[in-house]
Ligand binder design. Structure first.
Ligand code: TRP
Length: 335
């Protein structure tokens, strides 16, 4: 049986945080060790340009995200790890797909609809501030996925629609030009937790409530101390189910440690003490990776080499497929 191909992209606009780690990076690295699968993971820096016009930030984030995945032990001999912009076949495929993508389909994309709704709310023109990049975002994402004929696309809930759009576009292409594309499926892992941030809402860069993954120890401690808690005093029993401290604990702890902390909550552990233990747990968990991360961040030339090698491997797939696609749509030599 041929291997399942898993593919996912990470938009390079921010600094990886505990929520990214628990919700996406850790499960992706685990999946890349599966014998029955091959993984394609990439830095979506073209996607980054849609939401972020700060060149330094896009560049810095690309470096941080690459260093993070490598520091956490992604085995780049197994997984194909590359940067979107190193694969020139992707934007070319994006155009072929743009010519197959129904405008009406794009009109229904959540991100675009949300921008329009916000404009109407503010009494602006519906398309105020909407770039063609934002509008066509799902087509570029379809190109990312279809370029490598991925079967499984692990994503957060907000991205399911985009994977479905990739299927639609692929089906339309196949219908016109023959069976070139596998129809991908979104995979939303119900087991992995979506972490809450400092304020109790979902941990997300857009809420400014994150705990960056590789903070220096002192800063990590400070951030953990900032997690919002209720006013219950030491000795008063606390409810683990509505506590961000407990939730993060559980994401890093063994089942035994989780049971112990649950008991400590019932026994009225002080918030300060719970946070101190949480800091120690997280710090211990990521300590070695943080050292590797710092070394990598100080050696960007090495990261670049790893990405270039990944691009060579990725292009072994994208080049022949794109050649076939060009042929299929009628772009071929005359002689
Ligand atoms: N749009 C995705 C996000 O913001 C990132 C992404 C880009 C992606 N291309 C992809 C995810 C292809 C999966 C497959 O999270």
């Amino acid at each position: 049986m041929s291997k399942q191909r898993i593919l996912t992209g990470i938009t390079t606009t921010g600094t990886p945080h505990l929520g990214n780690y628990v919700g996406a990076i850790r499960p992706a690295i685990e999946a890349s060790q599966r014998e029955d699968a091959e993984s394609f993971y990439f830095l979506a820096n073209y996607h980054a340009l849609i939401k972020c016009q700060d060149a330094e930030q896009v560049h810095q984030s690309t470096r941080e995200i690459a260093a993070t995945w490598l520091a956490l032990g992604l085995d780049t001999d197994r997984a194909v790890f590359y940067r979107q912009s190193d694969i020139p076949e992707i934007p070319e495929l994006c155009w072929l797909l743009t010519c197959m993508a129904a405008k009406g389909l794009m009109n229904r994309a959540h991100a675009y609809k949300a921008a329009v709704a916000a404009n109407l709310e503010a009494g602006e023109d519906p398309d105020f501030g909407v770039t063609m990049g934002l509008y066509s975002y799902p087509v570029l994402m379809a190109a990312d996925i279809l370029m490598f004929n991925a079967n499984e696309v692990p994503v957060g809930k907000d991205q399911i629609q985009h994977v479905e759009m990739a299927r639609d576009i692929a089906a339309r292409f196949n219908h016109h030009y023959g069976e070139h594309f596998v129809l991908p499926e979104a995979r939303v892992d119900e087991h992995v937790s979506v972490l809450q941030g400092l304020d109790g809402r979902k941990m997300s860069k857009s809420y400014g409530n994150t705990i960056p993954l590789f903070l220096p120890e002192k800063k990590l401690k400070k951030h953990i101390n900032k997690i919002k808690t209720n006013l219950l005093e030491p000795g008063e029993p606390k409810d683990p189910d509505d506590s961000t401290v407990f939730q993060i604990w559980r994401a890093f702890a063994t089942p035994e440690q989780t049971a112990e902390m649950q008991q400590a909550f019932a026994d009225g552990i002080a918030w300060g003490e719970a946070k101190k233990q949480l800091f120690e747990l997280v710090n211990e968990h990521i300590g070695d990776a943080r050292e590797r991360y710092e070394a990598l961040m100080n050696n960007p030339g090495h990261i670049e080499e790893v990405l270039q090698a990944g691009a060579v491997r990725a292009r072994q797939h994208s080049q022949p497929l794109l050649e076939k696609l060009r042929e299929a749509v009628g772009i071929r030599p005359l002689g």
